[in-house]
Design a protein. Structure first.
Length: 365
């Protein structure tokens, strides 16, 4: 198996175009065409992780956090980033990162946490805008259904929890083939009129290249008439955070105790409302999520679970919500299992291993 097979699959689940502007997900070290023996899954890529990969004969490391966020002008081993890169290259080990693109898909990092907490009725806390496009094309009526089906199969026509969504109407199309054309219908130099269907359907922007390719491959005409429009609609399956509810209300104390146990954390920093309230609606953002606090409050969440809150940001709860800061590593630690399960399901015979190293640089006493 080649590295590109793993990369292509991971990026079909979490396309690179969904990562945040500051991020650096993707293949950071290595050649996609190289043969892969085994992959090591980790949250962070450090020197110790590369040593573990060498020991376990893994020539691909898949990390959640990119080892390189910013450009490197020199690589001479002056810090852990440069030393890690040097060691990986010397030992012919590729490094791949799947970060905020995995955070932003509905079945990603936050979904994993929500499942561990047994939340129900899950939805994206802050869906992204400008992630959808609309395709309109014209096709001879006889071929319209088959072309539309191929587009559905490629991922077009999905709206929320519905698929195969489209709109059509019938009209008369006209065209005159010019010299040098090879018309499917009609003759060069003669004006043609044909009953056609106008079909409109929605698709995620990251699929546009594939959608247009499928349209052209399956449409009978030599020149396909189509338009693509950007939409401002929110994309319900793409965005930051997740929100859901418990099966039954519980007290703040009982919920925090269970949260501490489930997330294997020795410390939770939290706010306590002046008026005691129960926990039912839960908002989550793995990693640094303070930017979503207002969204959690607007969604009437009783508690917001995330990490990396600054001191003054805790005041922003204003007795409207409980903030539960469980730690950055702790909130994302199960991402390793998420990636592992994805790969084992897709490639059951491929050797994938979970790192045994706790890369959390923060210790508690």
């Amino acid at each position: 198996m080649k590295i590109e097979q793993i990369v292509n699959y991971l990026e079909s689940v979490a396309p690179l175009s969904l990562q945040e502007d500051y991020d650096n997900s993707g293949l950071i070290v290595g050649n996609k065409k190289n043969i892969i023996q085994s992959a090591l899954i980790t949250l962070d890529c450090t020197e110790d992780i590369v040593d573990e990969a060498i020991q376990k004969n893994c020539n691909l490391i898949i990390a959640h956090h990119p080892i390189i966020f910013r450009g490197l002008k020199k690589i001479n081993g002056k810090n852990y980033i440069e030393r890690t890169i040097i060691k990986a290259i010397k030992n012919d080990i590729a490094i791949y990162a799947i970060h905020t693109n995995l955070d932003n898909v509905i079945n990603g990092v936050n979904y994993k946490i929500a499942n561990l907490l047994e939340l129900q009725n899950l939805s994206i806390l802050k869906p992204k805008k400008n992630q959808l496009s609309n395709l309109v094309f014209y096709c001879p009526k006889k071929y319209a259904s088959s072309v539309r089906k191929e587009l559905f199969d490629k991922g077009a026509g999905n709206i929320g929890f519905y698929n195969n969504c489209s709109f059509k109407f019938t009209g008369q199309g006209t065209f005159k083939p010019l010299l040098g054309s090879n018309p499917f219908i009609g003759s060069v130099g003669k004006l043609q009129q044909k009953e056609e269907e106008c079909i409109s359907l929605v698709f995620p922007k990251y699929l546009q290249k594939d959608i247009i390719k499928v349209l052209k491959e399956n449409h009978p005409y030599e020149e396909v008439a189509y338009q693509v429009y950007d939409l401002e609609n929110v994309y319900q399956h793409i965005g930051s955070g997740i929100i859901g509810n418990l099966s039954n209300e519980t007290t703040i104390t009982d919920f925090l105790k269970q949260l501490k146990l489930t997330m294997s954390t020795s410390c939770i920093r939290y706010t306590e409302p002046k008026k005691r309230k129960n926990i039912y609606k839960v908002a989550i953002c793995g990693g640094s999520g303070s930017f979503l606090l207002k969204d959690a409050i607007s969604a009437d969440a009783d508690i917001f679970i995330s990490s990396d809150f600054k001191y003054h940001e805790f005041f922003d709860a204003e007795d409207k919500i409980v903030i539960a800061d469980i730690g950055h590593y702790e909130s994302e630690q199960f991402t390793k299992e998420l990636i592992f399960d994805m790969l084992k399901e897709k490639f059951p015979k491929f050797a994938v291993q979970l790192s045994k190293i706790n890369t959390n640089p923060i210790k508690y006493i």
